[in-house]
Design a protein around this ligand. Structure first.
Ligand SMILES: *Cc1c(COP(=O)(O)O)cnc(C)c1O
Length: 353
């Protein structure tokens, strides 16, 4: 198939016209993988699927929104874009801005972003400023600057980001032939849950599906403002992509939860790391810690007896970013390789032959 990215594929549902220059790296079209181990673990009649968004061009779902945001910025003759980022937004903005020939300015919380993501923003030529503040404060600065100067904001407050990101829900429905019963996902700044819910509702409006999923969002325990009902001043979690204390799309996330009859709950870093290891060791999929929050959430709900055994139940977990983004976390989580002598006997002994 001649695939040309999410704008080309879903332009009927997107705010683009023949005049919009399409800036694409052929994002989207990511696999929906049947999760053998998780499905079996949940028992008869349960089917768990993993939407592996880590396979987007820069390694996270942010590319879906960035292709639309950058294309629209070009259409409006912008010269430069700016964002605050826990990492993946900056990686994506830097890559798409490079392709479009736009200047890209990024504010990141100093010392708080995963090395893979920082490397990406740097190599794509963005101006990266590490500010002495957390993500929420950095985003406030970007909002203030982009309101005053001719710089286009490309955080998920930019509605084109949400428009692009909703294409993931279309792909899930196209693959399953309908909406799943449940969708499980991490929640940080809450743009993505907003985008998925918008996408599902629009697809139903177009009669492409005849039901809507329940939206199950998970925050990290140390960064769970929506669950706790108030902003968190110093959010803490190893899942850096969801280390956010005051989500920009807070209200929209609550709406997705309430309209769908779903929930927004939280998982501990320990639960996140268990799911992180399980995904890699049992399903063969390497994700960054924030992504594992979806599967950690699924496991938490299974334990609580949340899912009723009635009929075939389809659950989709969104795996938002690739594990190679944050390789340090692996070394901190699992044992390093054992050093052995370079001789046959020593190796055979170690492997039990
Ligand atoms: C951005 C991001 C999230 C959080 O998405 P929000 O839209 O901010 O809720 C989760 N996981 C990864 C890997 C991300 O890059």
């Amino acid at each position: 198939m001649n695939y040309s990215g999410v704008i080309e594929r879903y332009k009927k549902y997107l705010p683009v016209t023949a005049k919009t220059p399409i800036i694409t790296l052929k994002e989207g079209n990511t696999p929906l993988i049947y999760a053998q181990y998780l499905s079996k673990m949940m028992g008869k009649n349960f089917q768990v699927y993993l939407k592996y968004e880590g396979l987007n061009p820069t390694g996270s779902f942010k590319d879906r929104g960035m292709t639309v945001a950058i294309s629209k910025a070009c259409e409006s003759r912008a010269k430069a874009v700016m964002c605050a980022s826990t990492g993946n937004t900056s990686a994506s903005a830097a890559a798409y801005a490079a392709k479009a020939g736009l200047k890209c300015i990024v504010l990141i919380p100093h010392g708080e972003i995963a090395l893979g993501k920082l490397s990406q923003a740097l190599i794509h030529g963005a101006t990266v400023l590490a500010v002495d503040a957390n993500f929420d404060a950095a985003l406030n600065l970007v909002k203030e600057i982009t309101a005053k100067y001719r710089l286009t904001l490309v955080n998920s407050l930019n509605p084109y980001r949400i428009e692009g990101q909703k294409t993931a829900s279309f792909e899930i429905c196209d693959a399953l032939g309908n909406a799943p019963d449940f969708q499980v996902m991490p929640v940080g700044n809450a743009g993505n849950i907003t985008a998925y819910w918008k996408g599902y509702k629009e697809y139903k409006g177009h009669h492409k599906i005849n039901r809507l999923p329940k939206m199950l969002g998970f925050q990290a325990e140390g960064a769970a403002p929506i669950v706790k009902g108030h902003p968190i001043k110093n959010p803490k979690t190893i899942a850096t992509a969801i280390r956010i204390g005051n989500p920009a799309s807070w209200k929209q996330a609550e709406r997705a939860r309430d309209e769908s009859g779903g929930l927004i709950d939280m998982v501990s870093d320990k639960q996140i790391l268990e799911a992180y290891k399980l995904l890699a060791a049992k399903e063969g999929i390497f994700v960054e810690p924030a992504s594992a929050a979806s599967v950690a959430g699924l496991l938490k709900l299974v334990k609580k007896g949340y899912f009723k055994k009635l009929r075939i139940t389809k659950i989709v977990c969104i795996l938002t970013g690739h594990g190679l983004k944050d390789p340090d976390r692996v070394i901190k989580t699992v044992k390093e390789p054992k050093v052995v002598k370079a001789n046959l006997q020593a190796i055979l002994k170690e492997i039990g032959y």
